[in-house]
Design a protein around this ligand. Structure first.
Ligand SMILES: *Cc1c(COP(=O)(O)O)cnc(C)c1O
Length: 384
């Protein structure tokens, strides 16, 4: 197997600090099963595990989904697919992004399906595949019906590519066709319907449908019936996160799979008038107790979380002063032992902080919080 580069990035996992992401694999299995139960009979699920399984762990999340009934996996880049293959996963894997044609032979050799969005890609890859004498490469044609990201923009261009594939069956297998919706997570369906119409116009030029026809990410599968195919690309829902951020309710309970906890690194009494962290933006009005947590923005906990809270002993405690790269400070109601459990995402007693809560406060979406959780935070798997 040809390698793109021959260096392996150093993997730093903070096993010697108490900051941990707990990943409940039973929640992942529940979400996958609940979704498959309500999709049309015969609909397959390819679980989307790109970006390290949305931060939950590429291989572990993928395996949990397959155990729960998913029949394939989707990733964003070829390396993610190669990592799954190296882990012994043999189900169909589709790379959703555009892979450089120079890796066509490698993908074919590993039976990894690639997304193609124009004829140029196919004409560039053809001689490389012929030279590599690999098995035919499985292709999914991506259609740009309004996402404006990748894919064929006109039915005529699609037709040309389909004919090209037909003429070169020794090199390519036309395995799938798909599109991606830009507004499936919104109440207003106007733009969605426009994309649907464009999809129908593309489908009209297809002489025959390939094995996989797919249009649905999580939001589309949850909230739209139109132009459904025979496979869904179920992503964020796997992890128990609502793609609309909660503005549209899911038809079943999505169980969040990830919680983030730590323990205090340091607990101290802070005298009135003393300040905390860079910029000295927080000054104690009265004598108080302050805990320092060994987690910061380099771990993916956003710097903007100053003023938000964590859970200690079932109570909310405010984050005071600026969040540092590796540490942050919280105000405590009284002294606590350093080995007290502190919850940044998850439940403690009656209180819960969701990833959505963190995202809302940070002014982003939970996708970003999940996928930027740092590589220093070990993922601990529960309910294997
Ligand atoms: C990431 C992605 C998905 C999954 O989206 P979710 O909103 O997480 O379900 C599906 N299809 C494509 C093309 C994607 O890039």
């Amino acid at each position: 197997m040809k390698e793109a580069i021959n260096t392996v990035p150093a993997q730093i996992i903070g096993l010697h600090r108490p900051t941990v992401a707990h990943v409940n694999l039973a929640a992942i299995r529940h979400n996958v099963e609940a979704e498959l139960k309500r999709t049309k009979p015969g609909t397959e699920m390819f679980a989307v595990v790109k970006a390290n399984g949305y931060g939950h762990g590429l291989i572990e999340a993928g395996q949990a989904c397959l155990e729960a009934g998913a029949t394939g996996l989707c990733v964003a880049i070829l390396d993610e697919a190669l990592t799954l293959r190296a882990a012994g996963i043999t189900v169909p894997i589709l790379v959703l992004g555009i892979t450089q044609p120079q890796w066509a032979g490698l993908a074919a050799e590993q039976e990894i399906s690639l997304t193609v969005g124009d004829l140029d890609w196919l004409t560039t890859a053809l001689p490389l595949l012929e030279e590599a004498q690999a098995a035919p490469l499985k292709i999914h044609l991506g259609l740009d019906t309004g996402m404006g990201r990748i894919g064929f923009q006109e039915p005529a261009a699609l037709k040309t590519a389909v004919d090209f594939l037909k003429d070169h069956e020794d090199a390519f297998i036309f395995e799938g066709i798909f599109t991606h919706f830009a507004t499936a997570d919104e109440q207003d369906t106007t733009y969605f319907n426009t994309q649907c119409q464009r999809w129908q116009a593309f489908m009209a030029v297809l002489p025959e449908k390939p094995r996989y026809v797919h249009v649905s990410n999580t939001a589309t599968s949850l909230w739209h019936d139109a132009c459904n195919g025979n496979m869904i690309r179920f992503g964020v829902g796997i992890y128990g996160l609502n793609p609309s951020g909660g503005s549209i309710t899911a038809p079943y309970s999505l169980e969040p799979a990830l919680s983030l906890t730590t323990q205090f690194a340091f607990v101290k009494h802070l005298a009135a008038g003393k300040s905390v962290s860079y910029g000295a933006t927080y000054t104690a009005k009265e004598d108080e107790w302050v805990g320092t947590l060994p987690i910061g923005y380099a771990d993916g906990y956003p710097r903007r979380m100053q003023g938000f809270h964590v859970l200690v002993d079932g109570q909310t405690c405010e984050i005071i002063g600026r969040v540092c790269m590796d540490q942050l400070m919280v105000r405590l109601p009284h002294k606590y032992p350093v080995d007290t459990r502190v919850t940044l995402i998850g439940q403690d007693g009656e209180q819960t902080i969701t990833m959505q809560d963190v995202a809302d406060y940070a002014g982003t979406i939970h996708y970003e919080i999940a996928t930027t959780l740092g590589m220093r935070v070990p993922r601990v798997y529960e309910n294997r």
